[in-house]
Design a protein around this ligand. Structure first.
Ligand SMILES: Cc1cc2nc3c(=O)[nH]c(=O)nc-3n(C[C@H](O)[C@H](O)[C@H](O)COP(=O)(O)OP(=O)(O)OC[C@H]3O[C@@H](n4cnc5c(N)ncnc54)[C@H](O)[C@@H]3O)c2cc1C
Length: 469
């Protein structure tokens, strides 16, 4: 049994927390499902080295510094790569699938959950066609450098990742047919003062826009996706101007020939584990579920902490700072730091966090989703890809009086498949909120294991699995 603090997630938040603990002489265990540390920006198949040249120089430097500091303290951190947490046993141990694909139980005294976020899926007619993918998936494809996305590519969504991916695609020789930002330019312009809280990021954004203009890549504000069409794979994307609440104006819709459509309408914290642990959750203004944390990053169970994108989408710099604040709380609980010393350090980190939050608030305001997009799927559009539940099935359940997520799951099987709702819960809870007028429509507690695991995980290491003749 180990009573060292346990950290789930080796991204910027988890790494920064481990460093802070090590600096104060406290060993920790860091569990990471990927084969290397670094989190989402390092994710990607078939990458030999760690190249961050696709990131802005400022963020690159910050990550390099984090990795340098981590190496300096490595002897105090038990890093377990290829180790995926697949569930919780009460609130003092976790179950994980280790690098040998065996299920293990790990106990802890204090826990930090820093599992990051995943992309929000937006259903529309044709979204399940081959060739339609999430923006992050497309970025992985570019990063892998092995298979180029099929051109021409259309990019639709909202937020600063859109122009970044368009520039990356163009730089790697892929033709981009157009970029469609759902928010109106006037909405973005209104936030320019707050965006200047991070002048370098603001300038990086402007230089990407200049790059698109220079290379003749159309960027339209206030436009969004309506439909994807094709026989066996994507061949045409329909886009249209969106109203303020993102309702498409079909009288001005345009059809664009495309073999790839990348869709990026934001991110959702990865809360499967915190939900399974029964921690308190709430909905953000943007309608995503997140576990509640106090100023010390403590969840409703004070020995369980949250940091980084998992507690709310605020970017890498904020992830590092919240990771460090969570570590201070752990140090205080272990009586390594006095309350006064921990508070003093926390206030230093909070001052840095404040300008990030002002910048982030501006991004959140301009990327705030309009509810009109809920109407994009037609009756036969599949919403839950695992269980083949269509919009008609969901509408039928609503007309029969279903008012919350748990009842919708029981009535229609949404979220009962392998992904346990990662893809469909966003749409379902939006639709429930729209139908009931309530902000809190409940959530579904994911079951063990959180991700599918191989049968071999249950065989004892010396036990041979007999082959079927
Ligand atoms: C292209 C790109 C550019 C960006 N540019 C900037 C920028 O300029 N400035 C900025 O501030 N931010 C930027 N960001 C955002 C920033 O990288 C993220 O906000 C940051 O990585 C969040 O850190 P995190 O530690 O919370 O989560 P992540 O980086 O997502 O790390 C979470 C880790 O947890 C692991 N994990 C999850 N679940 C489990 C589990 N069950 N078991 C074991 N391990 C698990 C994951 O594998 C992952 O490694 C950018 C992101 C991208 C993709």
């Amino acid at each position: 049994m180990s009573l060292d603090p346990l950290i789930v997630g080796g991204g910027p938040a988890g790494m920064a927390a481990a460093i802070e603990l090590a600096k104060h002489g406290v060993r920790s265990i860091l569990l990471e499902e990927a084969s290397r540390l670094g989190g989402v920006v390092f994710r990607g198949p078939l990458r030999d080295g760690v190249q961050l040249d696709y990131l802005g120089p400022r963020y690159c430097d910050m990550l390099a510094k984090l990795h340098g500091e981590f190496s300096d303290h490595e002897q105090m951190i038990d890093v377990r790569l290829n180790s995926r947490v697949i569930g919780a046993e009460g609130q003092d141990s976790l179950m994980l699938l280790d690098a040998e694909e065996q299920v293990q139980q790990v106990e802890y005294s204090q826990l930090l959950l820093a599992a990051g976020c995943h992309e929000r899926s937006v259903p529309f007619p044709g979204w399940t066609l081959p060739g339609v993918k999430l923006l992050g998936g497309l970025q992985l494809q570019i990063k892998s450098g092995v298979v180029k996305p099929q051109a021409p590519v259309v990019i639709a969504g909202t937020g600063p990742l859109l122009p970044l991916v368009a520039c990356q695609l163009h730089a790697s020789g892929v033709r981009v047919a157009g970029v469609y930002e759902a928010s109106a330019l006037s909405k973005i312009a209104k936030q320019s003062l707050a965006l200047l809280n991070k002048p370098q990021l603001f300038l990086d954004g402007l230089s990407m826009l200049a790059y698109l203009k220079l290379h003749g890549i159309p960027l339209r504000y206030g436009w969004g996706v309506v439909e994807a069409q094709g026989q066996d794979a994507l061949s045409v994307v329909t886009v249209a101007p969106y109203s303020a609440d993102w309702q498409p104006d079909m009288t001005q819709a345009q059809r664009i020939a495309a073999q790839t459509l990348a869709v990026g309408y934001g991110f959702i914290p990865r809360t499967q584990l915190s939900q399974q642990m029964g921690l308190d959750h709430g909905f953000s203004d943007d309608g995503y579920l997140r576990a509640n944390a106090n100023v010390w990053q403590q969840s409703s169970e004070p020995h369980i902490h949250l940091a980084g994108d998992m507690g709310g989408i605020r970017g890498g710099e904020a992830a590092m700072l919240t990771g460090r604040i969570a570590a201070l709380s752990i140090l205080m609980q272990r009586q390594v730091l006095s309350n006064e010393a921990a508070l003093q350090r926390r206030q230093g980190y909070e001052r840095k966090l404040a300008s990030i939050l002002r910048f982030r608030g501006a991004v959140d305001r301009y990327t705030a989703r309009g509810t009109g997009q809920i109407e994009l799927p037609k009756g036969d559009t599949v919403i839950c890809r695992c269980e083949n539940t269509t919009r008609n099935d969901i509408e039928r359940a609503l007309s029969q009086g279903v008012q919350d997520m748990a009842s919708l799951k029981m009535r229609t099987r949404v979220s009962m498949g392998d992904c346990q709702g990662r893809m469909c819960v966003g749409y379902c809870s939006d639709r429930l909120r729209q139908a009931t007028g309530r902000k809190d429509v409940g959530w579904i507690r994911p079951r063990f294991p959180l991700d599918p695991i191989p049968f071999s995980a249950f065989a004892a290491p010396d036990q041979e699995v007999s082959e079927h003749e």
